[in-house]
Write a protein that binds this ligand. Structure first.
Ligand code: ATP
Ligand code: MG
Length: 608
């Protein structure tokens, strides 16, 4: 089930690149014109040649927050446009009046920008709303009526469903299928004028009720909905179906490669049928020549398999349930697989781009191991994150031969592989915080850290020898005692003369920034939340909520080096020996950041 991340993988194969290479080699799109904004053939006709070698689009429906799966599609579409000297449009597919909202529009814009992509440059601003194309869609639907390719059906929804047939049985023609073009046009206009109630009539494409592909059995293209649209208001009371609207949106925008997920594969014949009917010319009975509404070559639909991840649910319904029932703290909860959550958690855009490149694009369903995403985040954060010191489970260390009240500066590099990022000073003193696990009164075998008699280096500071500890009445260690070796300060001549095996991090008690830290982990404790597991009794139904990891968030109070007090919201750091952390963008206050753990330094889920 799990795929192993391959550290040195070359860019994953991408069959879509092969298609584009071939199209460009054949100059397939070279003659398209572009007037600087979407339009029909007549609008683009006299305009200059399209400067974009290809056009792709990312077309979210603004009915929810974007998730990790959308990141795959965003990186793919915007990435291809970048690589090929093309353009990628951000298009809100807002043709469905009921479910859409400005809040979602804003969050989608934020997420795409955050991932580092842009639909704007000095020449073009390719942010579109499909609802702005309603006038074209209505006109195109009327054209289909006039050319005998669409009709108004007045059967009930139930009758239409029954007449469609099944996989093994052909459908039957609607009794309204033979209405004249005049009658159809009159009815469709009256549908638009609001004369009819919801559900009384629909407009259907006239294709073939016995087509083996059910999607070609006179699919619905327009229905009546007396609903308020978040942009168009009450202007319309007919709305197009997605399968009719989407190809038209692509064609108006000069999209060359319309990339979508596999479940639309069976829709491709209708996609092609529709655009061809609108692009071709037809001679009507009265001798008029009509058509040529869309520019050629027409857009081409290409399907790829959607992202599925272990330990994660991406279904919109389940995400809504997690938020609404309060299992998480909202759409940007760092544990949710939304991009708003990922951002708050401290994941980086570069990590997502790396992930998208590594998983590649294919047509076969795949389940990706969550570890691969974490590894990509680690890799990207290792590159960019400055190092800082944090003690997460503090225990006091007292240097008994260091003068009371004395302080001195130690120097620590901000990034071990990047000297250009400089260094910072960290204060050293008689009392320090160390990790509780860095001391054992009675050491276990192979333990190299502090125990009575042992020498360790306090990283960027001195070598110390442990001399003992103090305990409370219950026998719990309250402080570790040691003596420092004055000639061993890091960076001074001869500092290395004393060899030690342990190298500990620490924070000066007098200067530490005491702070809240949220240790985030996977939201689900099992690879396939809610799925049946081996050994489950016959008929047992699992609920994905029962698989929530009870330790997905642990809040602690930690001791941090003082420089972290000034961390700006969203600044990401590696806390040495612990992992990657970010200053929370919501709960941090100036001079008082709180931190979230994005990911640990090493994977602790796939042991062995
Ligand atoms: P819905 O089920 O409501 O349609 P959706 O996840 O398909 O939800 P859209 O807003 O329609 O949401 O998606 C926008 C784009 O993102 C589409 O082109 C879709 O194919 C792509 N996409 C959605 N989910 C995934 C996924 N898991 N992996 C890759 N691409 C995805
Ligand atoms: Mg969708």
């Amino acid at each position: 089930m799990s795929t192993t991340p391959n550290e040195n993988a070359a860019p994953a194969s991408n069959f879509i690149r092969n298609i584009i290479d071939a199209d460009l080699a054949a100059d397939k799109f070279a003659q398209r014109r572009w007037r600087g904004q979407p339009g029909a053939a007549a609008d683009h006709g006299a305009a200059p040649l399209d400067p974009a070698r290809i056009r792709t689009r990312f077309p979210p429906e603004p009915n929810g927050y974007l998730h990790y799966g959308h990141a795959k599609s965003i990186c793919l579409n915007f990435g291809l446009a970048e690589q090929y000297g093309g353009r990628c449009h951000l298009r809100f597919d807002d043709t469905n009046p009921e479910k859409e909202d400005q809040e979602f529009v804003d969050s989608i814009i934020d997420a795409v920008r955050w991932l580092g992509f842009s639909w704007q440059d000095d020449k073009e601003d390719n942010l579109y709303h499909a609802s702005d194309y309603f006038p074209w869609m209505v006109a195109f639907a009327e054209h289909l009526i006039v050319t005998g390719n669409a009709y108004v059906d007045s059967q009930s929804a139930e009758e239409i469903r029954a007449g469609r047939g099944t996989l093994t049985q052909a459908g039957v023609d609607s009794p309204y299928r033979t209405r004249s073009a005049e009658e159809n046009l009159d009815l469709f206009k009256r549908m638009q004028a609001g004369e009819f109630a919801d559900g009384t009539h629909v407009l259907r494409a006239k294709i073939d009720m016995s087509a083996p592909n059910i999607n070609l059995r006179d699919p619905l293209i327009y229905r009546i909905r007396h609903a308020e649209h978040h942009r168009a208001g009450n202007r319309y009371c007919v709305y197009p179906l997605y399968t009719f609207a989407h190809p038209i949106e692509d064609a108006l925008e000069n999209i060359t490669h319309s990339i979508c997920t596999l479940e639309f594969e069976d829709q491709r014949p209708f996609y092609d049928w529709l655009l061809e009917r609108l692009a071709e010319t037809t001679t009507l009975a009265d001798g008029r020549v009509v058509g040529g509404l869309l520019q050629r070559p027409l857009p081409q639909q290409i399907e790829f398999s959607r992202l599925n991840l272990t330990y994660v649910v991406l279904s919109k319904r389940k995400l809504i349930q997690l938020v609404d029932e309060g299992h998480v703290d909202g759409w940007d909860d760092p544990r949710l697989p939304t991009l708003a959550g990922a951002r708050r958690r401290g994941y980086s855009p570069e990590g997502f781009r790396l992930f998208a490149e590594r998983i590649g694009v294919s047509k076969s369903d795949s389940l990706i191991d969550f570890t691969l995403l974490e590894d990509c985040q680690r890799e990207a954060l290792n590159e960019s994150a400055e190092r800082r010191i944090a003690v997460l489970d503090p225990l006091k260390l007292i240097i008994t031969n260091y003068p009371e009240g004395q302080r001195e500066d130690c120097s620590a590099p901000n990034h071990p592989q990047k000297p250009e990022l400089g260094s910072r000073t960290i204060p050293f003193g008689r009392e320090l915080w160390i990790e509780r696990e860095d001391f054992m009164e009675v050491p276990s075998k192979g333990y190299r850290r502090l125990f009575p008699g042992n020498l360790v280096r306090l990283r960027y500071g001195y070598v110390v020898r442990c001399t003992g500890c103090e305990k409370d009445a219950d026998g719990k260690v309250t402080a570790v005692l040691c003596e420092y070796l004055p000639e061993t300060k890091s960076g001074t001549p001869g500092a290395d003369s004393v060899k030690v095996k342990g190298n500990l991090h620490w924070v000066s008690v007098a200067d530490a920034y005491t702070c809240e830290i949220r240790l985030y982990d996977r939201l689900f404790a099992v690879p396939a939340p809610g799925a049946r597991r081996e050994g489950d009794a016959e008929g047992l139904e699992r609920n994905f909520l029962d698989d929530i990891n009870p330790n997905s968030r642990v809040t602690i109070t930690a001791q941090l080096e003082p420089a972290l007090k000034d961390a700006a919201p969203e600044a990401r750091f590696q806390f040495e020996r612990h992992g990657y952390f970010v200053a929370d963008r919501v709960d941090s206050r100036p001079g008082a950041p709180v931190f979230n753990r994005a990911v640990t330094l090493k994977d602790s889920w796939n042991k062995g």
